[in-house]
Structure formats: structure tokens, C-alpha cells
Design a protein around this ligand. Structure first.
Ligand code: PXG
Length: 284
């Protein structure tokens, strides 16, 4: 049975319950992280925890643990579950309040760490590449709810995911309020054009992915020029290669977008190289 961390205690899955008055449930008032475990090691733990604390700062939520204490809680929970390869969902909700949205009425942010298995795309999709569409649902406008906050309210992304489902594809590009390419529902996007690697800048209204940043570092180590730029759908259509990055997806090739074949319609050389380098880096 899996053991779940709840506010400093390890409890059985069946006993891991949250109040219906918790503002995470009532309003999506809280934040989270999704983290991988490879070979019993928590991948980029510090980076994920720093992002969590930045999300918390932005929504004015004080996490009652230091960064070091949070890292230890994650590692201890992984160990208690004897998990070699898997997935961690770390959640901090605003806590129990009343039926009004005022966060001052809440007490005790809830800290929850779930260690489970990861669901990933089928192997065949990595070999052949995936097809995506552009969603009509635009990404949250940064001055309304900044996508850099990994908040418990994922409706924006879910609405785009519904469009992908309806189109029969696994992912969808979300444009920002200016009509520029931002990211996909749970993945960042990269293009290759004339040997240069391009990805939207954080200012384009994206979640700054940990996998994204890792892949950019790995590309630079290969002396590949990396640019954080404005990308349009036109750039996607005329790209030589396209791939997505994310905690669950790792590095996955995109070979078709909105019916247009990208490059040769098969995973490209740079995508394959970076996927290989990424897998080596995480030790698989
Ligand atoms: N953009 C968005 C909107 C995301 O939610 C990424 C990019 C990639 O970021 P990372 O740091 O993972 O490289 C994400 C990540 C899930 C799940 O359960 C979702 C994510 C990560 C892990 C699991 O659907 N989103």
C-alpha cells in the first residue's frame, strides 16, 4: 500500500483525505509540482521545490517548511514507498476555510506528497512522433493568472486538452493572448530551424518547465544555438523539427500540426539527439 505524506505524517492511501472546506478544493487555491523519480533519485528536486516556493510567493501563500525541510520530506516519502522509478505529486493547498474566498479565513496550508507510478505516452509515439493541433482556447493571460504559477486550477489547460481529445490527438498548442505560440497543455514546445533550437520565452506566458531548461542546457553542451523567442503557428508549420518536453513526456517528437507535416514527417536528427542526451542525463 502506498504511503502518502500529509502535513508531516505518513498515512495510508485510504486515510489520505482532505476537507471539502479546503480552499484547494473549493477554489483551486493552491499550488503543485509533478516530479519524476529515476533510479531511486528524485530528478531536479531542488529546481522543482524552488519553482513551488516561487508559485507560493506569487499567490502569497506561506509554506510552513523551509526548502531544505521540503526536499527532505519528498526524499523520505519516496524512500518510505521504496519507489525506484515513478512520479511525485507535491501539493500545497491554502487549507480549510469557510465558504467565502477570503484566504484570511483559512488555517494551516495542507502539504501533501503522493508517490505513484507515472503514465507515459506509448513507446511507438516516441519512435514515430506525435500529431498535435492548435487549441482555440488561449493560455491564461499573464496579468490575470500567470502561467508561471503552477496553480491547482488547471481548467485553462483542461479546456485545451478537451479540444485535443476531440481531435483525436494527444496534445494541443495553446497560443497566448497575442496569438503567439506559448506551450502545450502539459508540455513546453521547441522548434528546430536551420540548425537553431527555438522555444518561447517565459515572457510569452508559459510555465518555465524544468525539462525545458534541462534540454536547453543539454543542447548548449552540444554547441547548439538556443534561442528563447516569439514563435508563431507559421514558424511551427515551416520548422525542420518540432518536439515537446515535460516531466511525463520527457522529449517527444511532433511530426504533424493542424494537418501540416513538419519537416520530413518523421522525428528529426536534433530531436533524436536531445532525447538520447536527456535519457542519458537521467540515467535511463
Ligand atoms: N507546461 C505546463 C502547462 C505544464 O503543466 C510543463 C509545461 C512542463 O514542465 P516540466 O517542469 O514538467 O518540464 C507542464 C508540466 C500531469 C502532469 O499529471 C503535468 C505536468 C507535469 C507532470 C505531470 O498531467 N505539467
Amino acid at each position: 500500500m502506498s504511503k502518502i505524506y500529509m502535513n508531516g505524517k505518513l498515512v495510508e492511501k485510504a486515510d489520505a483525505v482532505i476537507s471539502v472546506y479546503d480552499h484547494g478544493f473549493l477554489y483551486g487555491d493552491g499550488i503543485f509540482e509533478g516530479i519524476r523519480i529515476y533510479n531511486s533519485v528524485v530528478f531536479k528536486l531542488h529546481e522543482h521545490i524552488v519553482r513551488l516556493y516561487e508559485s507560493a510567493k506569487s499567490i502569497d501563500l506561506t509554506i510552513p517548511l523551509s526548502i531544505d525541510e521540503m526536499c527532505k520530506a519528498v526524499k523520505d516519502t519516496v524512500q518510505a514507498n521504496a519507489k525506484k522509478d515513478g512520479y511525485i505529486r507535491l501539493i500545497v493547498s491554502r487549507g480549510v476555510g469557510n465558504l467565502g474566498l477570503d484566504p484570511r479565513k483559512t488555517t494551516n496550508p495542507q502539504i501533501i506528497i503522493i508517490v505513484d507510478d507515472i503514465s507515459i505516452y506509448p513507446e511507438e509515439m516516441y519512435e514515430k512522433g506525435m500529431e498535435i493541433i492548435t487549441a482555440a482556447t488561449i493560455r491564461n493571460i499573464p496579468n490575470a493568472l500567470n502561467p508561471r504559477i503552477k496553480s491547482l486550477n488547471y481548467l485553462n489547460n483542461i479546456l485545451a486538452k478537451l479540444e485535443a481529445n476531440r481531435a483525436g490527438v494527444p496534445e494541443a498548442i495553446m497560443l497566448n493572448h497575442l496569438g503567439e505560440v506559448a506551450e502545450c497543455t502539459a508540455d513546453n514546445i521547441f522548434l528546430v530551424k536551420n540548425g537553431v533550437l527555438k522555444t518561447p520565452a517565459p515572457q510569452c506566458g508559459i510555465l518555465e518547465g524544468i525539462t525545458r531548461n534541462t534540454v536547453m542546457d543539454l543542447a548548449r553542451a552540444e554547441k547548439i544555438t538556443v534561442e528563447e523567442v516569439v514563435i508563431t503557428r507559421h514558424d511551427v508549420f515551416i520548422a525542420d523539427e518540432c518536439f515537446l518536453t515535460g516531466t511525463a513526456a520527457e522529449v517527444i517528437s511532433v511530426v504533424k500540426c493542424d494537418g501540416r507535416k513538419i519537416g520530413d514527417g518523421v522525428p528529426g536528427a536534433m530531436t533524436k539527439l536531445l532525447r538520447e542526451r536527456f535519457r542519458k542525463f537521467v540515467g535511463i
